[in-house]
Every structure is written in C-alpha cells, then in structure tokens.
Design a protein around this ligand. Sequence first.
Ligand SMILES: Cc1ncc(C[n+]2csc(CCOP(=O)(O)OP(=O)(O)O)c2C)c(N)n1
Ligand code: SF4
Ligand SMILES: [Mg+2]
Length: 317
Amino acid sequence: MAITSIKNLKEFSTANERFEGAHLLCPGCAHSMIVRELMNCTDDNLVIASNTGCLEVSTAVYPYTSWDTSWIHIGFENAATAASGAEAMYKARKRKGTLKDPDAPVKFVAFGGDGSTYDIGFQWLSGAMERGHDFTYICLDNENYANTGGQRSSATPIGANTTTAQAGRVSYGKKEKKKDMVAIMAAHGAPYVAQLAPNKWKIMAKGFQKALETEGPCFINTVSACTTEWKFDPKDTIHLTDLATDTLMFPIYEIIDGHELNILYRPKNIIPVEEYLAAQGRYKHLFKPENKHVIEQIQKDIDAKWEYLQRREEARV
Ligand SMILES: Cc1ncc(C[n+]2csc(CCOP(=O)(O)OP(=O)(O)O)c2C)c(N)n1
Ligand code: SF4
Ligand SMILES: [Mg+2]
C-alpha cells in the first residue's frame, strides 16, 4: 500500500511538491492548503478532476499548470462525473489487461467548490455516490460562488452578506440556513464521509488517507476560508479557521458506512460564535441592534447540532 503513515510537519514541508506554489489563488486562500495536503499525504498516482471555480482558473492558466499529476478540467457541474468516468475506464482496462502498469496504485479524486457540490453539480455527485465508484470527492467549502464574485450558494450560512443575498435596510443577508451536505452524503450509505479543516492538519491528513484507502465513494467537506468574500486579512486564514472549528461553526467529524459517527476534534474551550462572526466583514451588519437575533439564532443552531452529534456518537446508530 503506497499510502504512507501521517507525515510530520518536517516531512510535509520537505516532501516532493505535487501541487506547485506558482498559482494565482489569492494570498491566504485556503483552497491551496487543502489541495496540497491531499496531494502530499500519499505517494500513490493520482487522477484528479477539478471543475470550474477559483481552484481551476487559478492553477491552470495556459500554458502553465500547478498540477504535478494527472489532472482533468471539466465543466462546472461535472467533477464527480469526470473522476467516476476515469475510474470506470481504469477498471475496464485493468480487466482487459490493457494497462501498462496494472499494479501501480492509482487513486481517483474530484475537487469541487460548494457552488458546484451543493448546487449545480449535486445530481451528478449523487449519481456517482450511488453508483459506488471508487473515488474521493473533496468539497472546498468557502460558502459562496467566489470565482464569479461572491454569490450565495446553499452552503452559505444564514446572515452572511453576499452579492445575491445582500444585507441592507430591509435584509440581514442570507435568510436560509446552510444545507447539511455531510448528512446528505452519509445518507447515500457512503463508506466514508467527513468534515475536516486545514488548521487541524493532522486530522485532515488522516481523514484524506482514510478516504483514499477506503474502497468505494468517499466524500469530504473541507472548510476553506476565503479572504476576499469572507473579508478578512489574508494573514489570518488559519486564525479564522481556528475560530471556525473552536466555535463549532464547523465541527470536525466523520461518518462511516452511513451511520457510525465519530467526533474527531473537541475544542478545549468552546468559543462563542460572535467571535468568529466579528472577525469577518461578511457578518458585520449582524452586530447592529436590529440583527442581534440572527447571531442568537446561529448560536442556538450550533449548540443544537453539537448536542445532536454527541448523541449520535454515543448512540452508535
Ligand atoms: C453550468 C455553469 N454555470 C455557471 C458557471 C459560472 N461559474 C463558473 S465558476 C462559478 C462559481 C464557482 O463557485 P464554487 O463552486 O463555490 O467554487 P469557488 O470559486 O467558490 O471555489 C460559476 C457560477 C459555469 N461555468 N457553468
Ligand atoms: S476569491 Fe476566495 S476562494 Fe477565490 S482565490 Fe480568492 S480567497 Fe480563494
Ligand atoms: Mg465556493
């Protein structure tokens, strides 16, 4: 098995880069941290499909590429389709004996933003999960359509100001709550589903490795802080992600075979969500007296979800 045990920080920083640093993502963009970690956590050959979005447009500007591996660019809705199609072809060729090196370990991975994963590519992702392809789908969840100017997606949390759910005199921003994609993917009966974050990089590497090692369709939602649309200083990406995990706005957990839930990170001190919201321009209107009720609602929802996750973990159902 070519997947290595979790590398330490030194090994990670000195490993042969498979995701090259010369790209056009904004300084501080978490997309590159997540992709780099996935690519550095295994020595297996990788076939990666990446659909339209910030990651794709910033890493494959002709004639340059940041991808030191097989890489397929595909239309906005089709990351899962491309990865699952490549996997099906690989299996067929293996069966027919037409692969040059049939014993070389190969893993199939798809990267999609939340706009493509939660909304526009949702049915294609659902189909690939249901068909049971052996691949890992990673959602880079920055909670908006960043590449086209910050429109709301169904991953955008309630109360966020976006270009299509604007906060102003008559509105506090997005009115609807975030879709629970992790639960939806687990409901497909996928063997491995998780929510991970780049500040907890060892947990994230372990989760990636688990997904790559697991046979069948795996889904990972990663929290990807977006300096431009969340509106925070690029130097604060990891601090902001710490706030995301330690307020439990983004709890870190896995679900195995659609039912066994394990919490992977328990903050020592749970931070009130206000601190996370106050650190980002997209929520600044919530601190006006007339919008305080939205902050209270967000905190209530976080508390209820944390309770629920703990109960699920204990119940082992
Ligand atoms: C079918 C289709 N609809 C819309 C677009 C325009 N489009 C390109 S990238 C993008 C936003 C991508 O958002 P997301 O998937 O969240 O990725 P991010 O850029 O935020 O990483 C949109 C709407 C497109 N290329 N194809
Ligand atoms: S707009 Fe956001 S997601 Fe896109 S490159 Fe910049 S920081 Fe990254
Ligand atoms: Mg997005």
